[in-house]
Design a protein around this ligand. Structure first.
Ligand code: PLP
Length: 428
């Protein structure tokens, strides 16, 4: 049974049992709260029975849409064979791991885990064990998950772009000494940090496309060279870019290979699955033998690692992506949406720009010459106003956030967004 009162009851229960009435940091305004009860294709339905055309794509996790038949069949078959077997070997995880190493440019070896944060945390731990160094260079504005090495200067900034600011209370203050910060897309700044601190840097972790912003030409190559010259481990956090901007993610799109890469979000076909992939010499430190006998051995383990349900869904996901006609129409539709939006904004004289690499986008109200710079932030109020207009038109987006495109979206869905955007831009 669904209905407005049912939805209200559920929201009240959530407010009572969950801190802040939420499952995570994601929260809608109080007067727009809703509870999802189903997702079909590119559509979601709330407990009041309202249907939305969805562009959150579960934060990018459901790249094929909410109920891809291949994923559903794989889940059904796996559920009948067992939903988990400790972190001991299971056939589904082995097959998926091998298939992934066939398609991911970085190759090497793979260790599954359950979330993007777990993967970035363990990639950093591996890099520190491998290099015998402690420090981690990250880029201002980048997000790598909730842990104490990731949550620095994600959306709170110091006066200068080199001093890390904790994004949460409860982070051990001592860790700040091991965090180096640099502005993204600024070659001179990266060179400067490496010149000063190079021999102390264990890991350079970056979103190759930071949030939605593409790297400047040659930027990733230069960071790659700086890491190699100083012996630091370069980690690409491909949690967002992996399988999305190309089958081989940012590595394929920009032709730069890191030492380790991290995947998550869509990797498990919508189920919780993430992985660290890369250089076999570094990955070898995660073996049980290394952990027990080698002073550099790393503990990288979890009860639900290699979960066969998530790996079964992942295999079906990868199968769908590997069909030759998967990416061209997907990327073309996303481009049609973005160029259509840009045209509409221009037609109505709205001084906003469309930011986003491949099948992701957001509106940006600010200086177009500094879109690469997280400090020149968008006029958030206008960005939210536009997104709330989409919500009120039945198009579900995260107000003020970035939006994802899925392979379940159609030309008609693009048209629906453009029609709504035309009405909203006229008002703005
Ligand atoms: C680039 C990037 N890295 C890491 C993470 C953390 O992943 P998770 O939320 O699965 O811990 C995210 C999540 O949004 C992300 O976008």
């Amino acid at each position: 049974m669904t209905g407005s009162s049912d939805q209200r009851n559920l929201i009240e229960t959530a407010a009572r049992i969950f801190p802040g009435g939420v499952l995570s940091r994601h929260k809608l305004d109080d007067d727009r709260q809703l509870v999802f009860v189903s997702g079909r294709g590119a559509h979601v339905t709330d407990a009041a029975g309202r249907e939305f055309l969805d562009f959150t794509c579960a934060g990018g996790a459901v790249l094929l849409g909410y109920d891809h038949p291949g994923v559903l069949a794989a889940l059904d078959a796996q559920a009948r064979r067992g939903v988990h077997f400790l972190g001991l070997l299971n056939d589904t995880a082995i097959r998926y791991g091998a298939e992934l190493l066939d398609v991911l440019p970085i190759g090497g070896q793979i260790r599954f885990c359950c979330s993007g944060a777990e993967a970035t945390f363990n990639a950093i731990r591996l890099a520190r064990a491998y290099t015998g160094r402690d420090r981690v260079l990250k880029f201002e504005g980048a997000y790598h998950g909730h842990h104490d090495y990731g949550m620095w200067s994600y959306n709170r900034f110091a006066a200068d772009a080199f001093s890390p600011v904790p994004n949460s209370a409860g982070m051990a203050a001592g860790i700040a000494d091991d965090i180096l910060l640099a502005p993204y897309n600024d070659v001179a700044a990266a060179e400067d940090v490496f010149r000063r601190e190079g021999p102390t840097i264990a890991a350079v972790i970056m979103e190759p496309v930071q949030r939605m912003t593409a790297p400047a030409p040659g930027y990733l190559d230069r960071v790659r060279d700086l890491a190699s010259e100083t012996g630091a481990v370069l980690i690409f956090d491909e949690t967002v870019t992996g399988f999305r901007i190309a089958l081989g993610g940012a590595q394929e799109r920009f032709g730069v290979l890191p030492d380790l890469a991290v995947y998550g979000k869509s990797l498990g076909g919508g189920l919780p699955l993430a992985a660290v992939v890369g250089d076999p010499d570094i990955m070898a430190l995660a073996s049980v033998e290394a952990w027990q006998n080698d002073p550099r051995g790393v503990f990288f383990s979890g009860t639900l690692f290699g979960n066969p349900m998530a790996c079964a869904a992942g295999r079906a996901f990868l199968d769908a992506l590997r069909t030759p006609d998967a990416f061209p129409p997907f990327l073309a539709r996303a481009e049609a949406l973005k160029s259509g939006l840009a045209q509409i904004l221009g037609k109505h004289g709205v001084d906003a720009h469309i930011v986003g690499e491949g099948p992701m986008w957001r509106l940006y109200f600010g200086d177009p010459d500094r879109i690469h710079d997280v400090r020149t932030i968008s006029d958030k109020d206008r960005q939210r106003a536009f997104d709330l207009g989409l919500l009120d038109s039945g198009i579900f987006v995260r107000p003020g956030g970035g939006h994802y495109f899925s392979m379940a979206h159609t030309d008609e869905d693009v048209e629906a967004v453009l029609r709504a955007a035309d009405r909203i831009a006229a008002r703005l």
